[in-house]
Design a protein around this ligand. Structure first.
Ligand SMILES: [Zn+2]
Ligand SMILES: [Zn+2]
Length: 64
């Protein structure tokens, strides 16, 4: 199943996956491929961090 449009988490990158739980279209950064779900479903307690643009930095301000 292909996904078109922008990631529903960051709305910046092109979505390439669909969350198996909520159906949201998300980019690779916001998709947990191990579980097949988006970051919201995969980490419900860490939703405040999912908007960080960088993948790998541990302490990102998130806003400029
Ligand atoms: Zn994204
Ligand atoms: Zn989801």
């Amino acid at each position: 199943m292909s996904v078109t449009g922008l990631c529903q988490v960051c709305e910046t990158r092109e979505a390439e996956y669909a969350c198996h739980q909520c159906g949201a279209a998300v980019c690779p950064v916001h998709f947990e491929q191990d579980r097949g779900v988006c970051v919201h479903c995969g980490d419900p307690n860490g939703t405040e961090d999912v908007f960080a643009e960088t993948d790998g930095d541990r302490d990102v301000p998130g806003f400029r």
